[in-house]
Structures are given as structure tokens and as C-alpha cells.
Design a protein around this ligand. Structure first.
Ligand code: ATP
Length: 364
């Protein structure tokens, strides 16, 4: 949450306009030399802003450019062109000493944790504080605070080999937060964890964001990660951001094919194989039209099919469906089959309720 900008009586006044983005990529390109010397464009003229206190998720397939993007933000790579601004400083042009200083306001967590095996949990967390020159007493106090924050006080003297994956990631998070960064970068931080542990790590990140107001920029190839904690999403493909915006809007009304294909893998959206294998583009006489209905917000639980039957006498077959929550707002998807002769009336009817519809095809 933004800090109050003043007080009216004893009521804090919040900023009325959004704060400046804490991370801003302006027309950033990164071109590598390929094996044969030919150029490989990992990122092409990307624009991306992360607002202070927000959680932005960047999702893309393997090779889309996610790692390159995050390495540019922490200064491990320099852009071929464009500007990478973090907390007001252009990371790409900072001299080495200033870059080291700027990195203290950027924490990072990794898929494989990157802990030092010869150091205990507490000693791993202490490392960035020692490098930053904190005295022993300050290091000790801060480490205890961080161990408590991530729920590992009783594991302070354990070595990484004695910790579970989730515990190792908690140490990673505590270490990343040690120097009180303003931005936390997360590079596939839950990809090596089982679903339950993933949940607990995502809950921890959401709590840190809410309680400390820490901005989080995460990259992932998993829709579920974005769905559960991100507020904004950017979809990256072939080095370009093909779609971005509020998670709820992008996921309930995806505009780009890549976003749709990520969503298609999710439960409730996928067609059952016996329907998918028979689906064709052209209507079949006496057959059914297959359509997807998207329910957003208050309409998510409307009994729309019952009304379709009652008001228009059209009986729909339910082929797939789910009701879910994105960023705390209900949404649902339903795939139905209706007699092909009733398709136009069905679409009109659903439109009256403000529902999104998409005709997927036809079956005999
Ligand atoms: N150091 C490099 N030298 C040459 N090409 C590179 C280098 N780093 C990345 N690339 C290329 O840039 C493109 C983007 O790579 P990047 O690692 O950023 O993708 P990614 O989305 O993180 O993929 P993954 O999820 O598999 O890690 C790929 O085509 C990759 O081969």
C-alpha cells in the first residue's frame, strides 16, 4: 500500500494518482550472438512497468525471454538498447560500485534456491548483511527477525541438506529480504516444489507483499502461480510482450493466442478428448454447436442454463466447466453443446446477460 501523503484530522490521505513505477523497462532490446555468430533477439523493444507495491507476473514458454528480462532488471545483463529503470536509477549505465549499491534494493529468489551448502540457514541469511558491512549485533538481530518472518526460527542451525525444498526456499526468501529491498524478483521460485509447498510459498510471498508493501516481479511458466498471487500479468512470446494488464481482465478475456493456449490447459477449460477429436469448423445438419461461456464477477454463479431451458426451451449439454476465483474475484467457464439451429438465439440470450461467448466449433 502507498504511504500516506498527509493527514486530514487523523485520517491518512492516500495518493490519488498511482505512484511512479518502481521498475520500468523502456523499449528494451537484448540481442545475443548465436553459436554461428548470427544475432539472437532474446527481447525486442519491450515496454513494461511495475507499480510500487504491486505483484506483476510475467508468463511465457521456454525460450520466450523471461530469464533475460529478469537478468536485465537486476543488472546481470545489459540491454542492447533501451533503458532499465529501477527505483529511479538506470541500471544499465550505472558504474559497478553504484550498481552494487542499487542491487541492495533488489532481492532475488531462484528456482533452485542457490544456498551455500557449507552455511546454516541463519548463516545463509546473514551473508548479504555481512557483505553490506552490518556489524555483528545488527546481523544477528536482523537474521532472527527474518527467521521469524519466514517461520524458520527453529531451523536456524540446519544446513541446506537438512531442509525440505519449501524450507530452503523460505531461507532464500529471508536472504533476499535481508537488506530490505524495494523489489523482489522471483525466477520460477516454485517450479521445483510440489503443489502444497508451492501454495505455502505463494502465501508467504503474498503476505510479505501485503505486510511490507514489497513490490514483486515474478517470472513463471505456470498459470496457477499468476492466478493465485499476481495482480497484473504480462504474457511474453518470442521476446515480445503480446498481452498485459489486470490478471482478472486478461484471464477472463484473453486476446492473444498464446494467452488462450496457456488457459486452455487449465481444468474446466479443456475440452474432453471425445469432443475435441470430433470438433469441426463447419456446422453439421442435426448436430450441435460447441461454445464456451465466460462468467465474470457477479454473473459467475448465475443459473443461466436453467434460464435458457425455461425461457427459450433450449436444452444445453454441459461438456466442461469450472467456477474459480482470480485475484479474489469469482469467474467461471462453461463449455456447452446446443442444437445447431438454436445457436443464434442462444448467443443472443447469453449476450443479454453480459456473458462472454466463443463458438469453438461443431460436432455431429
Ligand atoms: N547468453 C546467451 N547467448 C545466446 N543466446 C541466448 C543467451 N541467453 C538466452 N539466449 C536466447 O534468448 C532467447 C530467450 O532466452 P531466455 O533464457 O530468456 O528464455 P526463457 O523464457 O527464460 O526460457 P526458459 O524458461 O527455458 O528459461 C532464447 O532463444 C535463448 O536461446
Amino acid at each position: 500500500m502507498n504511504a500516506p501523503i498527509g493527514y486530514l484530522g487523523d485520517q491518512p490521505l492516500q495518493r490519488l494518482v498511482p505512484a511512479d513505477p518502481i521498475v520500468r523497462l523502456e523499449k528494451v532490446s537484448k540481442i545475443f550472438a548465436g553459436r554461428d555468430g548470427s544475432p539472437v533477439t532474446a527481447l525486442g523493444e519491450i515496454n513494461l512497468s511495475v507499480q510500487q507495491g504491486s505483484i506483476l507476473g510475467v508468463i511465457g514458454r521456454s525460450g520466450a525471454g523471461k530469464s533475460t528480462l529478469i537478468r536485465l532488471v537486476n543488472g546481470l545483463e545489459k540491454p542492447s538498447s533501451g533503458r532499465v529503470i529501477v527505483d529511479g536509477a538506470d541500471i544499465a549505465v550505472l558504474p559497478e560500485k553504484s550498481l552494487r549499491h542499487a542491487r541492495r534494493s533488489i532481492g532475488m529468489i531462484f528456482q533452485h534456491f542457490n544456498l551455500l551448502s557449507s552455511r546454516t540457514a541463519a548463516q545463509n541469511i546473514a551473508l548479504p548483511l555481512e557483505v553490506a558491512g552490518y556489524d555483528r549485533a545488527a546481523v544477528k538481530a536482523r537474521v532472527e527477525e527474518l527467521l521469524a518472518l519466514v517461520g524458520l526460527t527453529d531451523k536456524r542451525n540446519r544446513y541446506p541438506s537438512e531442509l525440505s525444498g519449501g524450507q530452503k526456499q523460505r531461507v532464500g526468501i529471508a536472504r533476499a529480504l535481508a537488506t530490505k529491498p524495494k523489489v523482489l524478483l522471483s525466477d520460477e521460485a516454485t517450479s521445483a516444489l510440489d503443489p502444497e509447498t508451492t501454495r505455502s510459498i505463494l502465501d508467504l510471498l503474498a503476505r510479505i507483499n501485503a505486510e511490507l508493501g514489497l513490490t514483486i516481479l515474478l517470472i513463471t511458466h505456470e498459470m496457477a502461480v499468476i492466478r493465485s498471487i499476481a495482480r497484473e500479468v504480462a504474457v511474453i512470446e518470442g521476446g515480445h510482450i503480446v498481452e498485459q494488464g489486470d490478471v482478472f481482465d486478461v484471464f477472463t478475456r484473453p486476446q492473444h493466442e498464446v494467452t488462450r493456449s496457456f488457459l486452455a490447459d487449465e481444468a474446466g477449460r479443456a475440452l474432453p478428448p471425445y469432443v475435441a477429436s470430433r470438433l469441426q469448423a463447419e456446422p453439421v445438419a442435426g448436430g450441435q454447436a460447441v461454445l464456451r461461456i465466460g462468467f465474470r464477477g457477479p454473473h459467475a454463479t448465475d443459473p443461466v442454463l436453467a434460464r435458457l431451458a425455461r425461457d427459450l426451451n433450449i436444452e444445453a449439454n454441459i461438456l466442461a466447466g469450472s467456477v474459480d476465483e482470480i485475484a479474489g474475484r469469482p469467474c467461471g467457464t462453461l463449455v456447452i453443446g446446443v442444437p445447431v439451429g438454436s445457436l443464434a438465439r442462444t448467443l443472443d440470450f447469453l449476450k443479454q446477460y453480459g456473458l462472454d461467448t466463443e463458438v469453438l466449433g461443431h460436432v455431429a
